[in-house]
Design a binder for this molecule. Structure first.
Ligand SMILES: [Zn+2]
Length: 429
């Protein structure tokens, strides 16, 4: 570990240093390229110095101050003892990490002497910053790993994303506490953070009281086909009848605007794809495309099984991997959207109404915000022109809309499979 991290750790009581981090501490520390679970590269570049100044006191950042506010009196006292007497040089940089711009503070303990702030511009200082970022992000695997100690990457570029949750009433098995209680917790994670979201219902599964919980909390519901039938494996007429019946059931409570394809599968031939789409539009539905597809639903299944087996440690590991995985997926599709459109597009994130979300969605939403996310309604996100582009994808898989607008991306990088291979190697499944 780098000496500046050690310095910061030394300012924490031992019990604090042993506490789990807010995000993604994994069992094994992996060096760059040293393991199948590590990304192949950690791309870091110092792009410029935003500020350089000497100051007296403790290294500080908004995230450290938030953390400190939660410390016990004893921990506060311990930190206070560290606060006096030292002089620091803070180099505040603009850095490029994993393709995005961030603000990052390198804090150098100069021990009672002011140092020429021009030091921040030197090669040595840049090398120290890169070294520290590698350390505090665990080789770019967890960009906010250092936040707990005030070594966070603060996003200089924000993006807009709409949150959607499929498979209402419940995905991946009924929760032990019952779907009603779990739904309350899931909805609270979003209402407490003022995150707008849209839920998608499989009406054939019933449990209309759960639909009412969503609507009573102010969330709009869309149609996810009555029985979650795969369009590619169901006679079209029957499949569309399942859309129509779900529309009718949902419309008793509120108008239905949005439709989400089960499994994101929208036809394995051009004819099936195009005639089905025309039929949906004919019903007055707006197709709710997904840009940030991911494997959260598979992790949710493993999570539910770990809980059922009473393995709380494994469930916790899966929950941390879930937050990191969705962050990775979001960054991947942001990069792809930029490459395709030459700008930051508005995203639609696919999640599910499951126990993993009931337990940890708040954590994930906070992490997304720390990564630059501003949450917007689905209606707003779908106004991005990318969602009106022609569908060029014909295949059996259910994939991101960005692979529909430009299938070459799907065939070229295959991020989805590689990401799941890393998770499966770790958790099985
Ligand atoms: Zn679904």
């Amino acid at each position: 570990m780098h000496r500046w991290l050690l310095l910061a750790l030394a300012g924490c009581s031992p019990s604090l240093a042993e506490q789990p981090l807010p995000l993604g501490v994994e069992d094994v520390v992996v060096g760059l390229g040293g393991s199948a679970t590590a990304p192949p590269t950690c791309a870091i570049q110092v792009q410029g110095t935003l500020e350089a100044a000497n100051y007296r006191g403790q290294p500080s950042s908004p995230s450290l101050e938030d953390t400190r506010a939660a410390w016990t009196a004893e921990e506060q006292g311990f930190a206070m003892a560290e606060d006096h007497g030292s002089t620091f040089l803070r180099c505040r940089y603009k850095v490029q990490v994993e393709g995005f711009s961030w603000r990052y503070d390198l804090t150098k303990d100069t021990t009672f002497e002011d140092v020429d702030p021009a030091w921040c511009e030197t090669q040595a200082a840049h090398a120290e910053a890169v070294d520290q970022i590698v350390s505090s992000t665990r080789g770019c695997r967890d960009l906010h790993h250092g936040a707990y100690w005030g070594f966070d990457l603060v996003p200089l570029e924000r993006f807009r994303v709409a949150v959607t949750l499929d498979d209402i009433p419940w995905n991946a098995g009924p929760p032990a506490e019952g779907a009603a209680k779990a739904t309350d917790r899931l909805l609270a994670a979003m209402t407490e953070r003022r995150v707008p979201a849209t839920g998608f219902v499989n009406c054939g599964r019933g449990e209309e009281a759960i639909w009412q919980q969503w609507r009573a909390a102010g969330f709009e519901l869309g149609n996810h086909q009555a029985d979650h039938d795969n369009l590619n494996k169901t006679p079209q007429e029957r499949w569309l009848a399942g859309v129509q019946s779900c529309n009718e059931a949902l419309a008793k409570g509120a108008p239905v605007r949005f439709f989400r394809y089960p499994y994101l599968r929208n036809g394995d031939s051009e004819a099936l794809r195009d005639t089905t789409r025309a039929a949906l539009l004919g019903m007055g539905l707006t197709i709710a495309r997904v840009s940030v597809d991911n494997h959260e639903w598979k992790l949710a299944d493993l999570y539910a099984k770990a809980l059922a087996a009473g393995d709380a440690d494994r469930a916790e590991d899966i929950a941390r991997a879930y937050a990191l995985h969705v962050l990775d997926a979001t960054r991947h599709f942001r990069r792809l959207g930029r490459a395709q459109e030459g700008r930051e597009i508005d995203h639609v994130l696919l999640l599910h109404a499951n126990t993993l979300a009931a337990d940890h969605l708040g954590w994930l939403l906070d992490a997304l915000r720390a990564d630059g996310a501003d949450f917007i309604p689905l209606e707003q996100a779908l106004k991005d022109p990318i969602y009106a582009k022609p569908d060029r994808f014909v295949g059996t898989g259910g994939v991101s809309w960005l692979y529909h607008t430009d299938p070459s991306g799907f065939h070229a990088d295959n991020w989805d499979d590689a990401a799941w291979a890393r998770l499966a190697a770790r958790f099985g499944g």
